[in-house]
Write a protein that binds this ligand. Structure first.
Ligand SMILES: Nc1ncnc2c1ncn2[C@@H]1O[C@H](COP(=O)(O)OP(=O)(O)OP(=O)(O)O)[C@@H](O)[C@H]1O
Length: 242
């Protein structure tokens, strides 16, 4: 198994249980969705997976090994987090070239030709290398952010609400780009979002979270998901009527 979240519990200082006995897996090259309404604990789970928050109980395993401070660096080479606020993720004083080169520091072979090939992949023009983040549109910034994370060729990317602030057309472009990356590189994706349409389109399997618990899970069959939990059913019923 590529990623395994095993019986994870988390509460913040105020004491409220934000994650209650979470079990979740992502297989090699798998497209997995995690949905749930605002406050259900999705971002907290992403942070626990990425070792940015410590669980009170439970373990996160990557390639069947618990992540510890000793193997964390190699975990980050294989698993990358991309989050919603692309503006905050990008240092405003760096050009796109500097931003893209930074994660590749120890790979001396990286030249502009390679970066340009990669820019083409995410449909960004070559002259964008000289631009500053403030000179880019929201969609362009998110693409730069995404490109930064995929340049090191991770086996898994955890996307936390990465398309929510973008308009539908650009959302679709970013999602299609994720599909391509998944197909071409067998890169697995854990796609966290409250946008059920986007998740249903992209993912092969979806987990539904409610108040800190995973209440249901379903595989896509004939382009549809079949949930058994009544809350999950109600959530997904709504999208068929919009
Ligand atoms: N750093 C923190 N300290 C204390 N409480 C927090 C912290 N981060 C999140 N919480 C609380 O944990 C709960 C879950 O928040 P979380 O951000 O994980 O939910 P979410 O499902 O990602 O929501 P959204 O879709 O709105 O981002 C909320 O009640 C929130 O107030």
């Amino acid at each position: 198994m590529l990623l395994q979240v095993d019986h994870v519990f988390k509460s913040y200082r105020r004491g409220q249980q934000v994650l209650k006995d979470i079990n979740l897996t992502v297989g090699n090259g798998e497209l997995v969705g995690l949905v749930g309404e605002s406050g259900s604990g999705k971002s907290t789970l992403a942070k626990v997976i990425m070792q940015l928050e410590k669980p009170n109980k439970g373990t996160v395993l990557f390639q069947n090994q618990a992540i510890t401070k000793h193997n964390r660096t190699s975990f980050y080479e294989r698993c990358q987090l991309i989050f919603q606020n692309a503006t905050a993720a990008l240092n405003p004083t760096w050009t796109v070239r500097e931003l893209l080169r930074e994660p590749l520091q120890h790979q001396l072979s990286v030249n502009d030709t390679y970066l340009q090939t990669m820019l083409e992949k995410v449909k960004l023009p070559a002259d964008i290398l000289l631009a500053l983040p403030t000179e880019l549109s929201g969609g362009e910034r998110q693409r730069v952010n995404l490109l930064r994370s995929i340049l090191i060729e991770p086996q898994l990317i955890v996307c936390d609400e990465i398309v929510s602030s973008l308009d539908r057309l650009i959302q679709r472009e970013i999602i299609d780009l994720l599909v391509t990356l998944n197909k071409e590189r067998d890169m697995a994706i854990l796609f966290i979002s409250h946008d059920l349409k986007a998740v249903s389109y992209l993912c092969d399997r979806i987990y539904v979270m409610k108040a800190g618990e995973i209440v249901d899970e379903s595989y896509k069959e004939q382009n549809r998901f079949a949930f058994t939990d009544s809350y999950a059913q109600r959530l997904f019923q709504a999208i068929h009527h919009t």
